[in-house]
Design a binder for this molecule. Structure first.
Ligand SMILES: *[C@@H]1O[C@H](CO)[C@@H](O)[C@H](O)[C@H]1NC(C)=O
Ligand SMILES: *[C@@H]1O[C@H](CO)[C@@H](O)[C@H](O)[C@H]1NC(C)=O
Ligand SMILES: *[C@@H]1O[C@H](CO)[C@@H](O)[C@H](O)[C@H]1NC(C)=O
Length: 595
């Protein structure tokens, strides 16, 4: 990938820039629920927010409505924020983090965690029934040994046996605590690929530059990064004014069903709703995009639904077949799906629109035509369409903006001489941040209605009888939420809030400090989204300020080289050290922050 290729993050993996054009079929307009929400927040809170945050950041950081005010600067940037009261501690810790002695400790801390395999698998039975969960016990033993001050100072609660919640009490209980999340589990290593790794997947080997192994990047770097930072602060005798709570799930890679979901209940019953200042979890990092260094905290996640499409019709001997079997009918339904992809529409007031406005405002190598269209798009619908057309030449961008569909499972038939009485397929959708589960259901329901009629099928969609109640039908078509776990797109975290400016300023200060730079323009902070989901899917009620970002250095858009979810997963030690610095700066900055 070349230096100017932009990246969008899916669980720390970039969707690479692919310049081939895709054909588009104009369809129905999508509703803009997310836009309404954000516009509401922005409109009502903008002035207050600006006034509130003047002390912390300068005026440029007040986002304009983004909808129509073309004169306002797009993608205003916060200034770098460094600790003041704890400035000396921060400086001296920063120096210590640069020493060979600390590097050695950091390598050991992360390597040791990688050496405890904590793989999570799909469809595991609950804790206590499935013995595979017991793999997490040794990780807890390891953490206890590796971080003695944390375990003697913070209060640890084990939730559903393997979920870890650490509480570092602050001296001022009126201040909402900071919530830092990470996950203990890793995706399984395919045993057939073990000999293809440069170093064994659970070796935690350090080759002088990189730490190797499954989880070195996703997400033991986050887990150990947070703990390394806090252990170091404790060694210096730091006592927080604002509380810090750590939430470490143990099955994030398997949807967080037993981990984050239980932790969420625990935190809600202990602290209540909207009880945290902000929540920072894994997600985006920073890297080169269009010639600029861009940090991308994910402020939203796409929604999710798997739609099961099932056809039944009379069976019989295949020597006397009907014109269409259930498999033939299902095939036609699936062809119809693919011939009618969801329309993707770039709308003002959505995270992806803001991301592109940031690139237009701050990245030097955005092509002239695209930059011009984006700038004019603030006011002009025509320019917005032009910008969309340019951007969607990259199918990755298109996928991030719209609702996607992918037929991922199919099943039907038992024997070549028997007509199949039933056949089904499952269509996976990732729902656009400005759409909803209901909108996806309505879309699919309408999509198949014509064919249900043509094939004389009685049609039921998501529990509602659509057609066939009046006359006998030849067979049935049933579409449903395949596993009953549809997920709405995440609420969009505000970017005009002081909390976002605090995060942005922390990112800038960390980036500068790590490179000996000064100023506010060395790195640009641009909001992004996740196309997949993190443990934060269970944490929406805890705070509106959820940012998926751990300051991971993606360099020139080459997360893939780090082997996340595949062979050769590894992390550069320098990148890990910078993450530790980020968490330290964040803890100290939030400690001094007053909203
Ligand atoms: C893993 O890294 C080694 C070199 O260290 C390389 O030979 C091998 O091709 C890599 N495997 C993959 C799948 O990238
Ligand atoms: C639909 O199928 C039923 C049952 O085979 C049949 O009675 C009915 O006439 C068919 N309707 C049409 C419109 O073909
Ligand atoms: C991208 O590569 C260039 C040239 O090697 C380098 O100077 C720059 O620091 C890299 N960007 C990042 C974010 O690492």
């Amino acid at each position: 990938m070349s230096a100017s290729m932009p990246t969008m993050y899916e669980k720390g993996r970039p969707v690479p820039y692919m310049p081939e054009p895709v054909s588009q079929q104009p369809q129905k307009r999508a509703r803009c629920a997310g836009r309404t929400l954000v516009k509401g927040l922005v409109g009502v809170l903008a002035l207050l927010t600006c006034l509130h945050s003047l002390q912390l950041i300068n005026l440029r950081s007040c986002w304009s409505d983004g909808a129509m005010d073309a004169s306002a600067p797009q993608c205003p940037q916060a200034t770098a924020v460094v600790p003041e009261k704890n400035g000396e501690l921060w400086e001296s810790l920063g120096q210590a983090f640069g020493s060979d002695a600390f590097k050695g400790r950091a390598v050991e801390w992360l390597g040791g965690a990688v050496r405890v395999p904590t793989q999570s698998y799909d469809k595991m039975a609950p804790v206590g029934q499935d013995p595979r969960w017991e793999a997490f016990g040794p990780l807890h033993d390891y953490l206890l040994k590796a971080f003695p001050l944390i375990h003697s100072t913070l209060k640890l609660t084990k939730v559903n046996t393997y979920g870890l919640v650490y509480v570092w009490e602050g001296s001022d209980s009126d201040l909402k605590p900071l919530l830092l999340a990470a996950h203990q589990d890793v995706v399984p290593v395919n045993p057939e690929t073990v000999d293809k790794w440069s170093y064994p997947p659970f070796s935690g080997h350090f080759d002088g530059k990189r730490i190797w192994g499954r989880g070195s990047s996703d997400d033991k770097s986050g887990l150990i990064g947070v703990l390394s930072s806090i252990e170091s602060l404790l060694e210096r005798g730091f006592k927080p004014t604002r509380g810090v709570v750590l939430a470490f799930g143990f099955d994030e890679e398997a949807s967080g069903i037993y981990g984050a979901s239980a932790i969420s209940k625990h935190l809600l019953s202990t602290y209540g709703e909207n009880a945290f200042l902000l929540l920072v979890d894994e997600g985006g990092g920073f890297g080169q995009e269009f010639g600029g260094v861009i940090a991308t905290p994910a402020i939203a996640e796409k929604g999710y639904i798997d739609v099961r499409v099932e056809v039944t019709s009379p069976g019989g001997h295949s020597s006397v077949p009907p014109e269409h079997t259930t498999i033939g009918i299902l095939s036609q339904l699936l062809v119809h799906y693919e011939a009618n992809p969801y329309e993707a529409r770039l709308s003002r007031g959505t995270p992806m629109y803001w991301k592109f406005q940031c690139l237009a405002a701050h990245a030097p190598d955005v092509p002239h035509k695209l930059r011009k269209a984006l700038k004019r798009a603030v006011k002009s619908d025509k320019a917005l369409k032009e910008a969309q057309k340019e951007l969607f030449k990259n199918p990755g961008f298109r996928a991030f903006v719209g609702t996607t569909q992918a037929i991922d499972l199919i099943n039907g038939g038992v024997k070549t001489n028997a007509l199949p009485e039933q056949a089904f397929a499952v269509v996976n959708h990732r729902i656009a941040t400005d759409s909803s589960v209901d909108e996806a259901k309505e879309h699919d329901t309408a999509l198949l209605k014509g064919l249900a009629h043509d094939f004389n099928l009685s049609y039921t969609a998501f529990g509602a009888q659509i057609t066939g109640q009046d006359a006998p039908a030849y067979g049935t078509l049933t579409i449903s939420d395949a596993w009953g776990v549809a997920l709405e797109p995440a609420p969009i975290s505000p970017i005009d809030a002081p909390e976002y400016a605090l995060l942005s300023g922390t990112i800038k200060a960390t980036y500068n400090a790590h490179r000996g730079l000064q100023g506010d323009d060395n790195i640009v902070v641009a909001p992004g989204i996740m196309s997949g989901n993190t443990d934060t899917r269970y944490y929406w009620a805890l705070t509106p300020h959820i940012y998926r970002y751990n300051h991971y250095n993606a360099g020139n858009g080459t997360f893939l080289d780090n082997g996340v979810h595949t062979i050769n997963e590894s992390i550069e030690v320098d990148s890990f050290l910078e993450m530790i610095k980020f968490f330290t700066t964040l803890i100290l900055n939030t400690d001094e922050f007053r909203a």
